[in-house]
Design a protein around this ligand. Structure first.
Ligand code: ADP
Length: 273
């Protein structure tokens, strides 16, 4: 099918000719409506390789929707998103956008890991089976190799002693760490986190944030929606404050969180304290 295009925008490969490093993610003027209500009103964002970007903002500001657009769980109504130089969801041809096939969409999504507020583990599978499943089913990795890698990843998230536990036998924090290991098993180039700790009891938040922090230290490119200000301040390279479907303010954590310029950012941060 064919969609009308919005005005042509700078493309990632145009920048590469200048010698500047390509962003891993580039979003330009991204728009999304639900039933005629504009939820994203033109979001621009560059995420460079190895960067951690934290999205902050009040409930309903469009943060989750934006993540879901990057991962093609929602289709955008305007603008463009590129991941690693590839236009997300579309192929461009003489100013027209054509939808990618389901197979091409699946191939793009394979390279992006996503961790949700709810852990979404397969309840009838053990921790290690949860982590092995996608590499075997989607990538055709052999069972033995997938299991070895899954055990390594469980070790990495601090669950080396729990491979045979079922989700119901694990705490929320442990389940969320399995979910992170499961996303990592696909060797994603980008990890999206949608409020990964907000469904957890307070005493379990730290263990999940610690795993995310280690992942950031290892150089993973991450976009994180969270209300954890300590994490944002300490781990983010770049903080984006969204409100009402626009980016109100963005910059280094010390600028956005410590010295916000905009009244809307200030009042949001005050409510967070
Ligand atoms: P945030 O993550 O910042 O809390 P969301 O992206 O979840 O914001 O939601 C932004 C707005 O879009 C909200 O008003 C929400 O009700 C609406 N919305 C999100 N998803 C849908 C959907 N699938 N259908 C209708 N409205 C939606």
């Amino acid at each position: 099918s064919e969609t009308t295009t919005t005005s042509p925008q700078a493309q990632p490969h145009e920048r590469s000719r200048t010698g500047e490093e390509l962003p891993l993610v580039r979003a330009v003027n991204v728009m999304k409506s639900f039933h005629g209500v504009e939820v994203l009103k033109g979001i621009d964002l560059d995420v460079h390789r190895g960067e951690v970007v934290v999205l902050l903002g009040p409930s309903g500001s469009g943060k989750t929707t934006f993540l879901r657009c990057i991962n093609q769980l929602e289709e955008i109504d305007g603008g463009r998103i590129w991941v690693d130089g590839d236009l997300v969801g579309f192929r461009e041809d003489g100013g027209h956008l054509h939808h990618l096939t389901d197979k091409q969409v699946a191939a793009q999504r394979r390279d992006i890991g996503m961790v949700f507020q709810r852990f979404n583990l397969f309840p009838h599978m053990t921790a290690v089976q949860n982590v092995m499943e996608a590499p075997i089913q989607v990538k055709g990795v052999g069972k033995k190799e997938a299991k070895a890698r899954a055990l390594e990843l469980l070790e990495q998230v601090g669950l080396g002693d729990k491979p045979d536990s079922y989700p119901a036998q694990l705490s929320g924090g442990q389940q969320q760490r399995v979910a992170i290991a499961r996303a990592l098993a696909m060797d994603p180039k980008l990890m999206l986190f949608d409020e990964p700790t907000s469904a957890l009891d307070p005493e379990l938040v730290g263990e999940v944030l610690r795993v995310m922090r280690e992942l950031a230290n290892q150089g993973m490119t991450m976009i994180v929606v969270t209300h954890e200000m300590g994490f944002a301040r300490d781990v983010a390279d770049h903080v984006v404050f969204m409100d009402g479907g626009i980016v109100v303010e963005e910059g280094k954590p010390r600028d956005v969180i410590v010295n916000p310029k905009h009244e809307r950012t200030r009042s949001f941060l005050q409510r967070m304290r």
